[in-house]
Design a protein around this ligand. Structure first.
Ligand SMILES: N[C@@H](CCC[C@H](N)C(=O)O)C(=O)O
Length: 285
């Protein structure tokens, strides 16, 4: 099976062009685990399928490296947009991508040689209701902003945002001291989140600058998370650290993204997408 390995700020996935390849539905999870394995496969944070769509130009499906399927992936969307444009699956620089979390709009910026380096994704509106995250809880408030959560006897304050996939954002004094390895796995599978959750730590530098780290659901620590960066900016606005219509630079482990939560509702994310390699891999029959 042919593959392309790509990354967005070091968040790497094995991309399979399903216009040409076929993986049976019941083999998708095990194929993702196999391809993402650094010793027995290729090695990556997961697998992404680029597929025909009946409603958009192309469709994306995302699998974490534990085989679980997610409804959205910000870094993946930028790579899918670059791949689709470069390989001629689409012919316009603006086009729609179907995700399990809903359709999004991509804009690619080819340079003079026609190569796409940067991509903007209009991610649509964040979902903020507790039931939309989804998150259980007895508080009457509909939105989860600065809510206390008990993790093994320690209280942490989280703001919950869905960007099609669920995120729990915490604000910290210093990103260097964020308890990623200690709290990440506990929060990811906390009983408050029936579908589990991506966990983010954010240090606010200014209304237009954030430091960011992530523990991804189904993967663990990654270099970057596009939907997480969007959730961080939305959470910053909800907590009064930033404002809508302000472009925020988010410093992730793997580099920077710019994110704006527009007052009309949509979240706009811009950043790079890059190829690593292409090849053919043996698949299990
Ligand atoms: N790395 C991604 C998100 C991938 C899915 C996530 N781990 C989940 O399970 O929701 C991004 O760039 O957004």
């Amino acid at each position: 099976m042919n593959f392309t390995k790509m990354h967005g700020l070091g968040n790497s996935y094995i991309y399979i062009n399903m216009f040409e390849e076929n993986i049976p539905e019941e083999k998708l999870a095990e194929t993702a685990i196999h391809l993402a394995d650094p010793n027995r496969g290729i090695g990556a944070d997961g697998m992404i399928l680029i597929m025909p769509s009946s409603s958009c130009a192309v469709k994306m499906r995302v699998f974490n490296n534990d085989g679980s399927e997610a409804k959205n992936c910000g870094n993946g969307l930028r790579c899918v947009a670059k791949y689709s444009f470069d390989k001629g699956l689409v012919h316009q620089s603006q086009f729609s991508i179907e995700t399990l979390g809903g359709p999004v709009q991509a804009t690619v910026y080819p340079d003079e040689q026609g190569m796409v380096q940067n991509v903007t994704i209009n991610m649509g509106q964040p979902q903020l209701k507790r039931s939309q995250i989804p998150m259980v809880g007895t508080q009457r408030h509909d939105q989860v902003v600065g809510e206390q959560l008990d993790i093994s006897g320690e209280m942490v304050e989280i703001t919950a945002v869905s960007m099609g996939n669920p995120h729990a954002v915490q604000f910290v004094e210093s990103i260097e001291n964020a308890p990623i390895m200690a709290h990440g796995p506990l929060l990811e599978k906390h009983e408050a989140f029936p579908d589990w959750v991506n966990v983010e730590w954010v240090e606010v530098v200014s209304p237009s600058e954030l430091h960011f780290r992530v523990w991804e659901r189904g993967t663990g620590v990654t270099q970057a998370c596009g939907t997480g960066a969007c959730a961080a900016v939305v959470a910053s606005v909800l907590n009064g650290y930033s404002e809508q219509d302000v472009e925020v630079t988010v410093h992730l482990l793997g580099g920077d993204l710019t994110v704006t939560w527009l007052s009309e509702g949509n979240v706009i994310m811009t950043g790079p997408a890059e190829y690593i390699c292409t090849g053919a891999v043996y698949t299990h029959s």
